[in-house]
Design a protein around this ligand. Sequence first.
Ligand SMILES: Cc1cc2nc3c(=O)[nH]c(=O)nc-3n(C[C@H](O)[C@H](O)[C@H](O)COP(=O)(O)OP(=O)(O)OC[C@H]3O[C@@H](n4cnc5c(N)ncnc54)[C@H](O)[C@@H]3O)c2cc1C
Length: 359
Amino acid sequence: MPDPTTHTEILIVGAGLTGLSIADALIRAGRNVLVIEGRDRIGGRIMTAEIADAAFDLGPAWFWPGQPRVAALAQQLRLEVFEQFSEGRLVFEGADRAVRRDLNMAPMAGSLRLAGGLSGLTTGLATRIGDDNIRTGHRLTAISSTNGKIAAEIDSSEQITITADQVILAAPPRLLEANFDFTPHLPAAARQEMRATPTWMAGHDKIIAVYPRAFCRDAGLNGDAMSHRGPMAEIHDASPNDGSCGALFGFVGVPAVQRRNKDQLLTAAKAQLASLFGPEALIPTDIILQDWAIEDLTATKDDEVPPTSHPAYRPIDSLANLWRGRLHIVSSETAATYGGFIEGALEAAEVKVAELLSQ
Ligand SMILES: Cc1cc2nc3c(=O)[nH]c(=O)nc-3n(C[C@H](O)[C@H](O)[C@H](O)COP(=O)(O)OP(=O)(O)OC[C@H]3O[C@@H](n4cnc5c(N)ncnc54)[C@H](O)[C@@H]3O)c2cc1C
């Protein structure tokens, strides 16, 4: 653990894909870097649960052809890529409870997954970065700049301060704006734009039901379902590619404020799965619910109502050259092309690293 007087050349706050990717590149370029992470785990929105030797993504699950950086990183880390299961029919449930099982559709066909889950990306990067350079359970609570040095106040098992020449806040802009004070204050335009930038998927709730086998496929169903009734609005196959078990996952369509009773929600979700996919779906061996809207290191109150479509993310001009170029704010939401996606996290990281190494 760093002592109360620790100094580092570059402090990176946030061990999500953006922060880890920046740290990895800077360390390879010979820079002195320390990563701190508020949670007790790395990965941020990338989170994979292990159940009975199988991996299930509770945050992102997919990337897509045409996203070069994720594909390249997966290849470097020797992670196995496989296609989302898409053979068979989709189930449609109307608001009137009527169920159709005759639709030859697979909305996620062609999307790609990683065997072992997407956390293979973040654990692979963390291994390269090394334990000595990453501190989990270290939450930034305040940040200030005096005489060309930045001081970061950290809440861990004890209160510590880390000073740095440069600080990279690798977390969603909206979250950072809401969570602590910057001294001196950020310009009003920057604060306004940070608040106005939705954190992608932060208001969502994902349920994963695990079964001994992918039984839906026996009936010619691909595991996809669309529902106007709920509680899950959109369901997809989440089975591992080795066939060791079956799984379905769904995004809950109920707004964040109305889904506080977890037990009720899980009971309703199981009943819905059974009405869509048959009685075998009523008795999963495991069922997990991950509500991102209540994670205070991901979502703010403003994220409780998610955007209805993918926002047009772009670099935020008012975040350029903060504190004479010593303070940086970067996450997938600041990427120019793939903002919001894991590809965007790598894209934003790549741009920031190029900027830092050119100084
Ligand atoms: C349910 C869900 C489904 C998704 N599905 C997909 C998908 O299928 N495909 C896709 O491409 N993308 C998807 N996404 C989006 C994807 O997860 C993000 O684009 C990506 O993970 C963002 O990485 P990041 O490092 O920029 O941010 P984050 O992962 O949010 O990382 C920020 C890190 O900063 C830490 N942090 C924050 N504040 C502090 C503090 N004060 N002190 C210390 N640490 C702090 C956080 O704990 C976190 O670890 C999904 C997201 C969710 C939630």
